[in-house]
Design a protein around this ligand. Structure first.
Ligand code: URA
Length: 239
């Protein structure tokens, strides 16, 4: 791979032209020698490339677990509100990042930020039925009948059907529960509870596939997901 392509793909806000300038200034080294030409070829998996003395590791894609706080929008750009991308720290930023799937502005919890379009498609496509689990606090107590209703699926508010979902009531609090759905339709959890005569007061996504939101991650915090764990985002059955 060319050095300029390598560096511009791994560092946000650095273009190929910028790499040329960085090389001219002697700020880039390859295996200990200053790189004079930005079009030189390197082995991205073996050669040691430093920018200002800092090693630049090659990763084809990056996967970030974000604990989205309320008030932030799942978009790459928004004129008014803060976006999830603005919460990504400098060291994890790179070109092409986007949120794979959307949570409402007032919903909290696990959002995957990545530059891997193929994985995002597999995770979000209805055909793959990747389960997503939400912690829900309701306005009114849940009813015993919810388990069966969700378990069987029921008529939606558009003349179709909601696919079966797993309802797990809290044993400690009669307004709290977990709900696992395998679709990702607009305002889905809120709409499902409205149809049952209740209302969602607080919503937080706590799991995607088999991957749990890290309990130690504060609201607004990010964590890089290791490549060996990425498959968990696609796993259908938890446990
Ligand atoms: N369901 C909703 O209603 N809102 C979300 O943000 C996610 C799922």
């Amino acid at each position: 791979m060319r050095l300029d392509r390598f560096l511009s793909s791994q560092i946000a806000d650095v273009s190929r032209k910028d790499v040329k300038k960085l090389c001219l200034k002697g700020r880039v080294t390859v295996n200990g020698t200053a790189a004079k030409r930005s079009d030189m070829h390197i082995d991205e998996n073996k050669d040691v490339v430093l920018l200002d003395g800092k090693k630049i590791e090659y990763k084809e894609h990056i996967y970030i677990m974000l604990n989205k706080p309320r008030g932030v929008v799942c978009a790459t750009r928004d004129g008014l509100s803060k976006t999830v991308l603005e919460l990504i720290p400098e060291e994890l930023r790179r070109k092409g990042l986007f949120p794979a799937g959307r949570l409402d502005k007032d919903t909290e919890g696990f959002v995957l930020i990545t530059d891997d379009g193929e994985l995002a498609h597999r995770m979000l496509s209805p055909a793959h039925h990747v389960p997503k689990t939400y912690f829900v606090r309701l306005e009114k107590p849940w009813e015993e009948s919810y388990k069966e209703t969700f378990g069987q699926g029921f008529e939606d508010d558009e003349g179709g059907r909601w696919l079966p979902a797993e309802f797990e009531p809290s044993q400690e609090n009669d307004r709290e529960c977990l709900l696992t759905i395998t679709e990702g339709r607009y305002h889905q959890v809120k709409r499902m509870f409205i149809q049952l005569g209740n209302r969602v007061e607080f919503l937080k996504r706590i799991r995607i596939g088999k991957m749990e939101l890290d309990a130690n991650l504060p609201a607004g915090g990010c964590l890089e997901i290791l490549h060996k764990d990425v498959d968990k985002l696609l796993t259908k059955k938890s446990g």
